[in-house]
Design a protein around this ligand. Structure first.
Ligand code: AHR
Length: 336
């Protein structure tokens, strides 16, 4: 593995040329600090390509990375926001390759479609570290490691909780699922995990799984449509809190109640502060945590690579589930 240390002024000049050379607007390229010292041979240059800013979770994930890859910690961060477009991520990674960064960190919007650009990074000798979302198995040789959540496990946790909650109920339970971004590993894992538990229960009926792209606007729009299509929904499984916020609006506009003692049982994912407050109020029944604080682990992995120490192919962050009974203990410490 070839690790370079770029002269930071050289890097800045290349960065400026790249940005000026492009007629169209780039994603947010952060950390362009013109006061960066010239002879800084020890600085580790990290290019981060983030999916976008579609959710509260995503902003927390970006913050966690930006807080760790700082000048004080010995890093020079080039941060790019791809605004939910794979082509922007590919462009950002190519820019990182041209700039000869030391490491590329990226959260792939979808599991597939990266062959060419990842081969380019490999040929350039730049280690690629995945954060948050995973890639299809065929890409295993094209990235160094991954830091993120067990999405399949999250889906299973949701299913197992519902199993307990419903107890020995034998009547049909009608469910709808609001799914995250098409092709994203978090959407694929959560869907499969929940489906696998659902298959064990002949009375669980998934009426529809609707794409809502992890956004509040889509969550509201799709839930409004689902409520009109299916008048007897018992359970909503919404794959992130932002979609849940939109769905709750649609449900209340339709004159229905949710949560503890309500008509529709609500299961959400992420566990951001605003959602945990709704769990405490009993509006959301369960929130399955997805931990966005991945910056520290990413830095730890880079330190190990710098020291030429062994690393694992995957690092899972810790996660739990929140129900009204115990959520109060955690709300005040939630920063996002
Ligand atoms: O990939 C993680 C998911 O992406 C989070 O659950 C969601 O909020 C985000 O947009």
């Amino acid at each position: 593995m070839k690790i370079r240390r770029r002269n930071i002024i050289g890097l800045l000049l290349s960065l400026m040329l790249l940005l000026c050379g492009c007629g169209e607007e780039q994603g947010t390229t952060g950390a362009i600090d013109h006061k960066t010292p010239v002879n800084d041979g020890g600085t580790i240059v990290v290019g981060v390509s983030q999916v976008g800013s579609e959710s509260v979770w995503r902003s927390a994930n970006s913050k966690s990375v930006q807080e760790v890859f700082t000048k004080e910690n010995g890093y020079y961060l080039i941060f790019d926001n791809a605004r939910q477009k794979q082509e922007n991520q590919v462009k950002a990674i190519r820019n990182f390759i041209s700039l000869q960064v030391d490491y590329i960190v990226f959260s792939p919007i979808t599991e597939d479609g990266w062959e060419t650009v990842l081969k380019e990074a490999k040929d350039a000798g730049i280690p690629v570290i995945l954060m948050d979302r995973k890639l299809e198995n065929k890409y295993d040789g094209l990235y160094t490691t991954w830091v993120g959540s067990d999405f399949y496990g999250e889906g299973v946790k949701a299913g197992r909780w519902l199993e307990d909650y419903l107890g020995d109920k034998t009547e049909q339970v009608n469910m709808v699922v609001l799914k995250g971004t098409k092709g994203a590993s978090s959407m694929i894992g959560r869907t499969k995990g929940f489906q696998d538990v659902a298959k064990e229960h002949s009375n669980w009926k998934i009426l529809e799984e609707a794409d809502a792209d992890y956004t509040t606007a889509k969550g509201e729009e799709e839930m409004e449509r689902l409520l009109k299509t299916y008048p007897d929904i018992d359970v909503l499984v919404s794959q992130n809190d932002d979609m849940t916020f939109g769905a709750l609006k649609a449900i209340s506009a339709a004159g229905k109640s949710t949560g503890v003692g309500g008509e529709i049982t609500v299961i959400s994912f992420d566990a951001v502060k605003r959602a945990l407050e709704l769990v405490e109020k009993g509006v959301i029944n369960l929130d399955v945590e997805c931990n966005p604080n991945q910056g520290e682990k990413l830095a730890e992995v880079i330190t190990r690579l710098e020291k030429k120490q062994n690393i694992e192919k995957a690092y899972y962050v810790d996660e739990m589930i929140f129900t009204p009974e115990k959520v109060g203990l955690y709300i005040k410490d939630r920063t996002y």
